[in-house]
Design a protein around this ligand. Structure first.
Ligand SMILES: *[C@@H]1O[C@H](CO)[C@@H](O)[C@H](O)[C@H]1NC(C)=O
Ligand SMILES: *[C@@H]1O[C@H](CO)[C@@H](O)[C@H](O)[C@H]1NC(C)=O
Ligand SMILES: *[C@@H]1O[C@H](CO)[C@@H](O)[C@H](O)[C@H]1NC(C)=O
Length: 363
């Protein structure tokens, strides 16, 4: 399998734009487009054609979408980046912590393995895209969408108003489905081949990520009325906090289903005793590689040098995190805000306290 490589010789971009050869890395390439606000105007200076053609690695269909929806591209990048940040948060105490050896792609070579972890990264990135595009619609940043036009929920009390400007999760979902899945749908692998299995896996996990955002979006309301009487309420559709999406998908990761390609060219459960996964569930087709030891072939970073918790019996405990290799103990200074006082009116003033704490690091 080829690896993702990058080129840095681009005109005005300070950020890397990857030249992607691997089929698995391409969607993630867009991540590199997430830029700081200061760099953003340059995207528009570059103009229609070059932006999309510079994003080498987009599939044909994605390139077309890029040209049609140029103003969306930045949000796709931002969204996927939000997904990665959330992934690193959810897995901060695990052996695999959502980081990579191979600096040239966001998640690295580990993505070539159709594991549970890969399933999660696809889902959370797709979720991030739905999230970002839905919000951008509401904020009026995109030319082809605006506030949510979701129908009034039936169970909303009759005297509450429906119609604040809501996050357009419907549009976000549909756009992300078009864009993210475009390259999977264009592939033409022989039915039943391992590559076909992987394509089906990606599509299922992308969908699970999108549905998480869609289904977790909820009604939010604001009170109006005389001096906070709340006699009047206006309500609208609002995205869930992305942390909740992360937690939800983490649960889906824990219950992800092991699949294999069946005779009819569809994914089927390895163990028929389990429930058939719904579109909200994550699926995987390969066992996870060993995340304990560094391995250039699989892309595993290993856990040497990772912080661990001496007293925890969980995955963050030194025993499990260090895979039985033991750990080194260090003393280190920890700085904290302390002795905080409230001053009338209205600020809080704190002292900075320093304490010496023990730290444990895997051998
Ligand atoms: C790296 O992983 C591969 C595939 O699992 C395995 O065959 C190989 O022995 C590993 N290499 C090292 C140095 O552990
Ligand atoms: C993940 O673990 C690697 C070592 O295994 C470490 O270098 C890296 O900083 C960690 N990343 C995060 C986000 O904690
Ligand atoms: C270590 O784990 C214990 C038990 O789970 C927990 O109470 C403690 O807060 C943890 N320490 C740190 C520094 O995270």
């Amino acid at each position: 399998v080829s690896t993702c490589s990058h080129s840095t010789d681009l005109l005005m971009f300070v950020t890397l734009v990857f030249t992607l050869k691997s089929p698995f890395c391409t969607f993630l390439a867009v991540v590199s487009m997430a830029m700081t606000p200061i760099q953003r105007p340059e995207m528009y200076i570059i103009g229609a054609q070059p932006l999309c053609s510079q994003l080498s690695g987009l599939s044909q269909g994605q390139r077309k979408l890029c040209q049609l929806y140029q103003d969306h591209m930045m949000y796709i990048g931002d969204g996927a980046k939000t997904g990665i940040t959330e992934c690193q948060h959810q897995f901060r105490q695990r052996r695999w912590n959502c980081s990579t050896v191979d600096k040239t792609s966001v998640f690295g070579r580990i993505m070539h393995i159709g594991s549970r972890e890969t399933a999660f990264t696809y889902a959370i990135s797709a979720a991030g895209v739905v999230n970002a595009v839905s919000r951008a619609c509401r904020e009026g940043e995109l030319s082809t969408c605006g506030c949510s036009r979701a129908a009034r929920p039936r169970d909303l009390p009759r005297d509450w108003l429906w119609g604040g400007c809501g996050d357009n999760v419907h549009y976000g979902y549909r756009f992300a489905r078009e864009f993210v899945d475009a390259r999977e749908r264009e592939k033409n692998y022989p039915r039943g081949s391992p590559e076909h299995a992987r394509t089906l896996m990606n599509i299922q996990n992308n969908e699970a990520g999108r549905q998480a955002v869609y289904n977790l979006a909820n009604v939010a309301c604001k009170c109006h009325g005389v001096s906070g009487s709340c006699s009047l309420k206006t309500c609208w559709l609002q995205l869930a906090d992305f942390r909740r999406v992360g937690e939800f998908l983490k649960e889906k990761y824990d219950s992800a289903a092991a699949m294999r390609i069946g005779r009819k060219g569809k994914l089927e459960l390895v163990d028929k005793r389990f429930n058939t996964p719904t579109p909200e569930d994550l699926v995987y087709i390969d066992p996870s590689p060993d995340y304990c030891l560094r391995n250039e072939t699989t892309g595993s970073l290993g856990t040497t040098g990772r912080l661990c918790n001496k007293t925890s019996e969980g995955m963050d405990g030194c025993e499990l995190m260090c895979c039985g290799r033991g750990y080194d103990q260090f003393k280190t200074y920890k700085h904290e805000r302390c002795h905080c006082k409230f001053h009338w009116c209205c600020y809080v003033k704190c002292k900075r306290c320093t304490s010496l704490v023990d730290q444990y690091v895997c051998k």
